[in-house]
Write a protein that binds this ligand. Structure first.
Ligand SMILES: [Fe+2]
Length: 394
């Protein structure tokens, strides 16, 4: 059914292929930029991942004016402000961000500071102040296949003084170009590959069942799940195959575009809370909590999950399952995927395995109740219900 009203925007140009990074010179020139600041981290330089981009830039008209490699695991306000300072001091006219969610979000934060001619990101908390066009060319090159940050209008930046993660949302945060190249992800260890892929799967499933789902986000979500179903097992079996790696990177991008428009729900609300209270990595929390969140939503989103059985389990399984049982079968398909990743990569199956203590459950439930993602979930839980769901996942 078409919603009475919806919006969908994915303005980023997608460049995907086995040598896609070699197109970076053309893309910078097309954006009118020639002095990029490359943002990455030391590990990606040491692993010779970011160097693929730097080498490609050597063969272009562009001159790299700075390589900023001090981005921590959690992007912080101080780093964002520092990147903006270096950008100004070096006379850069573009940011090329090479990394996972933290690097890409740091870049997004820096574009806010620079666009507004400011010194401190903290002046721009809240989405209202971010209206307007970005003044900086911005190319995003993800090195994980999970967050989809290369095509989302959101950034999460940590306020290290107050120990809170701040969310920024604006269409002006969407990169101009997202480049997917398998050389960026072929070195990802199986454990991280599995965890980040489950994040992407959760983006797709949640966007499909959340209150802002629309025909376009549905297409992206379904395609993402199809690719994950087909290619995640192949990547787990042969992590170096560029073709399957590229397919998984595309799945993460598609899922990112889906949730950037249709939002995510209870699984992300509980996952953010689990990360904040117990330090569980985002992808691990998603893998553990996805079937539990789906089971909670089954009464009101069962038909939608039933539709997804086609993508989660394939046409044969879908056709063989009576319509009334497809929602439950979709949850079983997610559990089967988790079990396989548990066996092949050691992905935790329960919150306890991920290090969550029973006494932390009340704090996680409280934080989840107040998480912004919860408002987009098709069913609103009480505190007591959340405690029950989390105990079920322990
Ligand atoms: Fe996520």
């Amino acid at each position: 059914m078409i919603p009475d009203y919806y919006e969908f925007c994915n303005s980023a140009k997608i460049v995907s292929g086995s040598k896609a990074i070699e197109h970076i010179g053309y893309e910078l020139a097309a954006l009118g930029a020639s002095k990029p600041l490359v943002l990455t981290n030391k590990q990606l330089l040491e692993l010779k991942v970011a160097t693929v981009v730097l080498d490609a830039l050597k063969d272009t008209e562009a001159e790299v004016v700075a390589v900023y490699d001090d981005v921590p695991v959690d992007s912080s306000v101080a780093v964002v402000n520092d990147v903006a300072r270096v950008y100004r001091e070096t006379g850069a006219d573009a940011i090329v961000a090479v990394g996972g969610g933290s690097v890409l979000d740091t870049a997004k934060g820096a574009t806010i500071v620079l666009t507004h001619g400011a010194e401190d990101l903290m002046e721009y908390r809240g989405a209202e102040s971010l209206v307007g066009r970005r003044a900086i060319a911005f190319i995003a090159i993800p090195t994980t296949a999970g967050t989809g940050s290369e095509v989302t209008s959101a950034a999460v930046i940590k306020d290290t003084e107050r120990h809170v993660k701040m969310g920024f949302t604006s269409l002006s945060l969407l990169p101009d170009v997202a480049i997917l190249d398998p050389r960026m992800t072929t070195g990802l260890p199986p454990r991280l590959t599995a965890s980040t892929a489950m994040d992407a799967l959760t983006h797709a499933v949640e966007s499909f069942s959340c209150v802002q789902a629309n025909p376009l986000s549905d297409c992206y979500a379904r395609s993402a799940i199809d690719l994950i179903r087909e290619y995640l097992p192949k990547v787990m079996a042969d992590s170096k195959d560029p073709k399957t790696r590229l397919a998984l990177a595309n799945a993460a991008l598609l899922a990112g575009a889906a949730f950037s428009n249709a939002m995510v729900g209870i699984v992300h609300a509980m996952g953010h809370a689990t990360g904040g209270v117990a330090g569980v990595p985002h992808g691990d929390a998603m893998a553990i909590l996805l079937p539990h969140g789906m089971a909670y939503n089954l009464g009101c989103a069962g038909d939608r999950y039933g539709e997804l059985l086609l993508n989660l389990a394939g046409a044969e399984a879908y056709a063989a399952t009576p319509a009334a049982e497809r929602g439950t079968a979709a949850i079983a398909a997610v559990r089967a995927m988790m079990m396989s990743l548990h066996e092949s990569a050691g992905l935790p199956l329960t919150l306890a395995e991920a290090g969550v203590l029973p006494e932390q459950v009340p704090d996680i439930a409280k934080a989840a109740l107040n998480d912004g993602a919860m408002s987009m979930n098709p069913r609103q839980p009480t505190y007591e219900e959340l405690v029950e769901i989390l105990k079920g996942a322990l």
